[in-house]
Design a protein around this ligand. Sequence first.
Ligand code: FEO
Length: 427
Amino acid sequence: MRAAAPIDQAVAVGNDVHWIGAFDPDLRSFDIILRTANGTSYNAYVVRGSEGVAVIDTVKANFSAGFFRRLESVADYDEISTIVLNHLEPDHSGALPELLRRATRATLHVSHQARPMLKGLFDPEEFADRIVSVGTGDVVGLGDRQLEFFNTPYLHWPDTQCTWLASEGMLFSGDFLGCHYCDERLFNDAVGDFRFSFEYYYAHIMRPFRAYVREALELIEPLPIRTIAPAHGPILRDDPQDYVRRYRALSKSGLHNTTAKTLIVFYISAYGATRRMAEAVAAGAEFASGEVGAAGEVRVSLYDIEGSEPQPFVDLIEEADALMFGSPTINGDAVKPVWDLLSSLTMVDVKGKLGAAFGSYGWSGEAVPMIEDRLRRLKLRVPVPGVKARLTPTADEFAACHELGRQTALHLLGRATPRVIDMSALV
Ligand code: FEO
């Protein structure tokens, strides 16, 4: 017999801890980009202490009615002393303004980064004396138990934090360690196999912030966690450390040699001209590595985009220090496989990496500046102007490709000659 959460009743998830969230089984995409094959849940919780009640997170606005009915099944509004918002995105803050109006004694606890964002949800003046911002190590008491806060920013917004209930060994982790998986049986040992959802969620939500994932893991790994109560998906009460270990593994660098700089040249070629330009670029980058010698190594790899789906390239891009893209211009544009790969850069952290572009063309050659523009908008640095060549590249154009690779590699190694900007050229 399938045990599901009773309608409009809170569900006990620990000693005087209840789930009061909402199920959204019909959702098929989240934030437009995430697929949600069986929907999602918006998890919210109530923690009762001897001298107060805390509500941790709320739900998406259109699920507010059920949230309040579940809340009312375990607490009176006058008992609520604390409201914690681990994250302000609307799927968790939708019912917050109304909760603040109903629970008139409650103080709202958010991260320092969240506080200035509150004005996007309500007029902060309305609750000005009831808002407290907190950071790692701050606590709020509920009498015989207390909540402790951990500042864990960029998981996946600047405001995100985790809340720790030591008496229960329970971590309210927000989006962190969650997933879009809707099952009213609620607990990881009661629902089906949701590994695909857990890892898909990591790849699309957390992966671009993996440095912050690792920082957050440093904070929570020492905790004697018995339950992870995330803001989406199953509550992780069976072997919660297994999920922490999975995040540790997923956020780990895949490189074994971490001293060499990594430069990847991606290209696609219709008649072989852009391919030969790519080979010249790669040779130039390797030449720079030889020039610098023991002072630095650049590991250069060359990939024909036609030879793979974008996903394996995303893994390479995540680890690379420099990315160079070669595309022909067809109908005034770079070709679709290049744009497909460039669109996947949003899945990983590329900010600050080096970028460059090159390619052959027939009669216009827009691909190179278009790629450079895209790279800059993704916050890559593009220190060396790209190279384009009409039809079959000349010896001078191959030499320019070689120099593009060489200069990009020298930038990677911190050996590039500073560019002199002719101010008159900017007028
Ligand atoms: Fe579940 Fe980032 O909101």
